[in-house]
Design a protein around this ligand. Structure first.
Ligand SMILES: NC(=O)c1ccc[n+]([C@@H]2O[C@H](COP(=O)([O-])OP(=O)(O)OC[C@H]3O[C@@H](n4cnc5c(N)ncnc54)[C@H](O)[C@@H]3O)[C@@H](O)[C@H]2O)c1
Length: 253
């Protein structure tokens, strides 16, 4: 355990992947962590990992794109763990396709989970942060924000989250709240595994091919992103706000 003052953190999409690693990392920093995902039962593994290590965690089922569910989830967190003052907007989905084959519903789904979801979660949590005079918001962007074939919906959402982050930093700074974005490159999770399946490649081959394009010669792991998020959520990062940190094993073109 570190000497960080204990806060209540909320991590969306915390059942697996980057969200699960982040929830465990923030708990190791001494924070109580609400693990939010679509299915409450799916959060069990993450919560058990935290409690087994002596931490405090709560599983909450909610769809971040649903206004009523978000309001209810944040109210439950405040009730059962305390007022949330750290928020990691991590929940995400892919609906990849080339523009001419992309359905309006695949466009909407991606916008709703990433952008509407981050908006609803942040709006619900900010009042607790303002009351506390302290807040840390971290939004998950992506290297795809710079443009990526087959991801016109996802790249637009991830670039949108960068503008969202910078505006939050400007609006909320005077309340002791920072907002930053972490933009991962290739991270080995169920999300990239599903992409490998979609393009008809084995995951190991897919990762090896990706690694040849990455200066540190490996793909990222969820903990690589959790570590960057932990920096932004720390007490010591109070003068770092409105930034986008690419965590991709090297610079991006
Ligand atoms: N894996 C990568 O290479 C990579 C790269 C850049 C950015 N990211 C971003 O990082 C974040 C986490 O990605 P990951 O690779 O861990 O993905 P993942 O698919 O392994 O996990 C995403 C989690 O979000 C949850 N989720 C999806 N829709 C939700 C909703 N409406 N409400 C609540 N929860 C919902 C899923 O159930 C899942 O548990 C995402 O925002 C993703 O876009 C990932």
């Amino acid at each position: 355990m570190s000497t960080t003052e204990q806060r209540v953190a909320v991590v969306t999409g915390g059942a697996r992947g980057i969200g699960a690693a982040t929830a465990v990392r923030l708990a190791a920093e001494g924070h109580a962590v609400a693990v939010i995902d679509l299915d409450e039962g799916a959060c069990k593994d993450t919560v058990e990992k935290i409690t087994a290590a002596g931490g405090r965690a709560l599983a909450v089922g909610a769809d971040v794109s649903d206004e009523a569910q978000v309001e209810a989830a944040v109210a439950r967190v405040a009730d059962e763990l305390g007022a949330p003052t750290i928020l990691v907007n991590n929940a995400g989905v892919l609906r990849d396709n080339l523009l001419f084959k992309m359905s309006a519903s695949d466009w909407d789904t991606v916008m709703n989970v990433h952008l509407r979801g981050a908006f609803l979660m942040t709006r619900a949590c900010q009042k607790h942060m303002v009351d506390a005079g302290f807040g840390r918001i971290v939004n998950l962007s992506s290297s795809s924000a710079l443009g990526n074939r087959g991801q016109v919906n996802y790249s637009a959402a991830k670039a949108g989250l960068q503008g969202f982050t910078k505006t939050l930093a400007k609006e909320l700074g005077k309340f002791g709240i920072t907002a930053n974005a972490v933009a991962p490159g290739f991270i080995a999770t169920e999300m990239t595994k599903a992409t490998a399946e979609r393009v008809g490649m084995g995951f190991e081959d897919f990762k090896a091919a990706a690694a040849t394009q990455i200066p540190v010669a490996r793909v990222g792991e969820p903990d690589d992103i959790a570590n960057a998020i932990a920096f932004f959520t720390g007490e010591a990062a109070g003068f770092v706000s409105g930034q986008v940190l690419y965590v991709a094993g090297g610079p991006l073109d």
